[in-house]
Design a protein around this ligand. Structure first.
Ligand SMILES: Cc1ncc(C[n+]2csc(CCOP(=O)(O)OP(=O)(O)O)c2C)c(N)n1
Ligand SMILES: [Mg+2]
Length: 662
């Protein structure tokens, strides 16, 4: 039997060798946290490396994602499908061992981390999902959902503001199965953190109602073991284990300095570290007997086997619940989903309605069909219209609800939603004002990068929100969200388009969707069945003319109605103008060329786009001969009905602009 230290040194050796070979990466945190990781992964973590996606596994998140070699070492050593070859190709193009961990559930990488603090918030989302799923599916004697979420975080995660949002939520909810390890090594990139980070972190987390275990020697396997046992014994509160560690532990000349943080140690220091650690093996070589002791597959199979027996009995006792749980964890939609879609697409639309209210109606229509819905808002429930009529909110005492009051925490909400989706079993959506999507933006981006289903409900989508003024009026947000790869954005013009947007968002399994919705009422546009079906293509002809159009007008959301007024007037005066409604540019762009050219015939070069937002999105559609009626300045405080004409958003101005092109 090897000592804990010998086993941990396998992580240190792999990490410093891989970083040295790549001549790039971060050896310090993996070497400093190796002792903690060894104890957690070998003695406590409930996992089966042979089945990385077993639904009741413990979740592990490396929030200090720069320590990626720590995770890769653990995955390789414990027997996940990650190979030694992958580790030798650390940070090389096309390898599984990217610079920072990239979501790969089949390999055991639970989430993409690197932007500090967000992994921690993802972990809070995962722990919340576990608790909600357990509340919905466990039955007395059948704890089929019963796992912990462990997260490693460094000084950087602690300094980031999002750690406040996420920790505050976790403490409020009492997520007793969330266990965080703080790598308290007093070093960040610029050096000793004392000059820029003196928080009393234990007191801070006690203030959030966490169970805090301070002053743990992170280099002592015994101390770490005792701390994890104490953390697991606490079931009512999340636990923070504050571990004092030495960055780069084992590298004699660089440990405990910023030099160990983010660059290869260099051949001399790597050799010196081998000596200090007593590691007498060549690079990338782990002696067989250490490999054997690290391999967690046999133990994992046994633990999973016990769960499978429990689940088999659950399946007999509660056959419907068992099938439903498995469906939800796969992310498949319910078998009667089409019936829900029919309801949503055929909502009565008698009168003008704000699209945020249309969205509410769609949520109400879909909610009985989609039990995995978990709605929410960053304290704007009444404005975002995100709470379904039968969706009761979760509370610290009752996690069976389908709605989350996230409080005023847009970034935290968004990263928590990512965590919920990553855990599985839910389709989260959360609301705020479009202008505050900026606060949440990097979490939206990570959701897009990971390709996960999360729905962002952004209301008050233009100057149309009126009196709250330019601080609240989004301008560049639509363009900037459209610039984000793999995010699907919808800006519907009425109830019919809003319903299609929601259905598309829910059916889009491999990426997030943002819905930009109005505060103010919009008229309902008449459509043929064919036009209705074409909404799903992202852009379609809403009003056509006889023959080849002289001018094509493209509009979105609240500007469709005023463009329609202008186009109808011109056409009845004998002109030939086509109106294209373009609620989703990304979906339109993904259509085949024949469809796109049918909607926007290349011969028609006289084009006008109308959107009460930054013009940047539209030049590629209207071309250099075209016009954009947009808003390339900040808005103003005033009534929406005054602001729209003031900034040129009127049927008259649209008609005038079209006429200029005849
Ligand atoms: C949001 C964000 N800002 C900045 C960075 C760049 N960065 C990577 S590591 C790091 C310092 C982190 O310090 P710490 O968490 O203490 O890590 P340690 O040096 O102890 O490994 C910074 C600033 C980042 N990855 N994410
Ligand atoms: Mg540090």
């Amino acid at each position: 039997m090897s000592t804990h230290r010998e086993l941990a040194n396998a992580i240190r050796a792999l990490s410093m060798d891989a970083v040295q070979q790549a001549n790039s990466g971060h050896p310090g945190a993996p070497m400093g946290m190796a002792d903690i990781a060894e104890v957690l992964w070998r003695d406590f973590l409930k996992h089966n490396p042979a089945d990385p996606q077993w639904l009741d596994r413990d979740r592990f998140v490396l929030s200090n994602g720069h320590a990626s070699m720590l995770l890769y070492s653990l995955l390789y050593l414990t027997g996940y499908p990650l190979k030694l070859e992958d580790i030798k190709h650390f940070r090389q193009l096309g390898s599984h061992t990217a610079g920072h961990p990239e979501h790969a559930p089949a390999l055991g990488i639970e989430t993409t981390t690197g932007p500090l603090g967000q992994g921690f918030a993802n972990a809070v989302g995962m722990a919340l999902a576990e608790k909600m799923l357990a509340a919905q599916f466990n039955r007395p004697g059948f704890e089929v959902i019963d796992h912990h979420t462990y997260v490693f975080m460094g000084d950087g995660c602690m300094m980031e503001g999002i750690s406040h949002e996420a920790a505050s939520l976790a403490g409020t909810w009492g997520l007793g199965k969330l266990i965080a390890f703080y790598d308290d090594n007093s070093i960040s990139i610029d050096g000793k953190v004392r000059g820029w980070f003196r928080d009393d972190t234990p007191k801070r987390f006690e203030g959030y109602h966490w169970h805090v275990i301070p002053n743990v020697d992170g280099q002592s396997a015994d101390a770490v073991t005792a701390a994890i046992e104490a953390a697991r014994a606490e079931t009512a509160r999340p636990t923070l284990i504050c571990c004092k560690t030495i960055i780069g532990f084992g590298a004699p000349n660089k440990q405990d300095t910023k030099a160990a943080h983010g660059e290869a140690l260099g051949p001399d220091e790597v050799a010196a570290a081998r000596k200090m650690l007593g590691w007498n093996y060549p690079p990338f070589e782990i002696p067989e007997d250490l490999r054997r002791q690290w391999d967690c597959r046999a133990k994992g199979a046994e633990i999973q086997g016990r769960w499978s027996e429990l689940f088999a009995r659950y399946r007999v006792a509660f056959p419907e619940l068992a099938v439903e749980l498995q469906r939800r964890m796969r992310g498949d939609l319910p078998t009667n989903w089409r019936a829900g879609v029919e309801e949503a697409l055929n909502l009565p639309t008698p009168k003008p309605q704000a699209t945020r209210q249309s969205s509410q109606a769609v949520i109400n229509a879909l909610e009985p069909f989609v039990p995995e819905f978990i709605g929410g808002s960053a304290d704007l429930t009444g404005s975002n219209n995100t709470q379904g009529k039968d969706a009761k909110a979760i509370t610290p005492e009752d996690f069976t609800g389908h709605y989350i009051h996230y409080g005023v925490r847009e970034f935290g909400m968004t990263a928590v939603m990512n965590g919920i989706t990553l855990h599985g079993g839910f389709i989260p959506f959360g609301g705020t004002f479009l202008v505050f999507s900026d606060y949440a933006r990097n979490a939206v981006r990570l959701g897009a990068l990971m390709g996960i289903r999360v729905i962002h409900v952004y209301t008050h989508d233009s100057i149309g929100l009126g009196e709250d003024g330019p601080t609240h009026q989004p301008i560049e947000h639509l363009a900037s969200l459209r610039a984000m790869p793999h995010l699907s954005l919808w800006r519907p013009c009425d109830t019919a388009e809003t319903a299609v947007a929601w259905v598309a968002a829910i059916e889009r399994r491999d990426g997030p969707t943002a819905l930009a919705l109005t505060r103010q009422a919009l008229p309902q546009q008449p459509r043929s069945a064919e036009q209705k079906a074409a909404i799903r293509r992202g852009g379609y002809t809403l009003i056509d003319c006889e023959g080849v159009p002289q001018v094509i007008v493209i509009a979105t959301g609240s500007e469709v109605a005023l463009a329609a007024e202008a186009v109808r007037a011109l056409n009845s005066g004998g002109h030939r103008v086509r109106l294209v409604s373009m609620p989703s540019t990304d979906l339109f762009d993904s259509q085949d060329a024949a469809y796109r050219d049918a909607v926007l015939p290349p011969v028609v070069t006289r084009r006008v786009a109308v959107e009460a937002a930054a013009s940047q999105s539209w030049w590629r559609y209207v071309g250099s001969a075209g016009r954009v009626i947009g808003l390339d300045r900040f808005g103003a405080s005033g009534k929406a009905s005054d602001l729209f004409p003031h900034f040129g958003f009127s049927a008259d101005n649209v008609a005038r602009t079209i006429r200029e092109l005849f």
